[in-house]
Structure formats: C-alpha cells, structure tokens
Design a protein around this ligand. Structure first.
Ligand code: FES
Length: 159
C-alpha cells in the first residue's frame, strides 16, 4: 500500500481539515480509487472520523470507493447531449466493451460513468476518456476513439 504517497499528500496540504476534499482527490489519483485502507490512514493521521470521510466519498460523484479501470470514460447525458444522441453512444460503448454503466471491464482497462454536463454543450454529444474530450461523438466513432487507448496501453506494455 502506497501510504508514503498519501503521507506526502497530507504534508502538501499540511493536514488542514478544510483541505480534505483536495486531499481525497489527490489520494484517489494514487490508485484511481479510494481504498478503505487509504481512508483509514487519512482518518488516523488527520484525526477525522472514518465515517465523515465515507460520507464525503459517497456524496461527491467524482470519488470512487470501488477499483476503477485505467481509463475512465465519462459519457455526458446532460440535456444537450441527451437530445443529440448521448444515449446511443452510451449503448455503443457498452456493447463494444461489454461493460455496464458504473462498471469496469474485466481487464481493468476501462470504467464507464455518466455525467450531467461537461460544460461544452455546443459540441454535444460529448464524452471524455481520461482527460481527453471528444465532441460530436457518434456511435460510429466510438470504436475508433476507444481503440486509441487499447493501442496506447498495449504499447506501454511493450507488446
Ligand atoms: S449537456 Fe453535455 S456538455 Fe453540456
């Protein structure tokens, strides 16, 4: 367990209780989710009740208490995206990756989430993979977009 990294994060924020959201956001980056062991560690070190940290982690959609894939896919289903085909894109992603909403592929490569508005409605329907934005997505483009990440991962593994 990477508590060393968590301790560095706590140091960076000087254990300030008012920075707890930032601390948890940074801690989540370490393993792409917030394991209970990490929350316990933060709770002990900062003397914040564990239940409080669980409350925060479950209140904000950006936190995950379950392991997530290497690439997080966010499909926008806000009004503009919903009206312009967001749902069809979502279905195409589910079919292509054999994944369900809120789920993760067996190989831990992708997780699939929905969001309400990514703030780029003019480009609807919008989706994100990790930090990359994709606008005017159609079901026909889904496979091509996803293949970039499967290729990247294969290259990173030296295949
Ligand atoms: S509704 Fe999708 S970006 Fe705003």
């Amino acid at each position: 367990m990477a508590f060393e990294k968590i301790d560095q994060i706590l140091e960076k924020y000087q254990y300030k209780h008012e920075e707890i959201i930032g601390i948890m956001q940074d801690a989540q980056i370490v393993e792409n989710y917030l394991p209970e062991t990490t929350l316990r560690h933060i709770s002990n070190k900062m003397e914040i009740p564990l239940t409080r940290l669980f409350d925060i982690a479950t209140f904000y959609k950006s936190f995950s208490l379950k392991p997530r894939g290497r690439h997080i896919i966010k499909v926008c289903l806000g009004t503009a995206c919903h009206l312009s085909g967001g749902m069809q894109n979502m279905e195409q992603i589910k079919r292509t990756l054999r994944i369900r909403e809120g789920g993760t592929t067996e190989d831990m490569m992708f997780s699939l989430e929905t969001v309400n508005c990514l703030g780029t409605c003019a480009l609807a329907p919008v989706a994100m993979v990790g930090e990359d934005y994709y606008g005017v997505v159609t079901p026909g483009k889904v496979e091509k977009i996803l293949s970039k990440y499967t290729r990247k991962s294969r290259n990173a593994e030296g295949e």
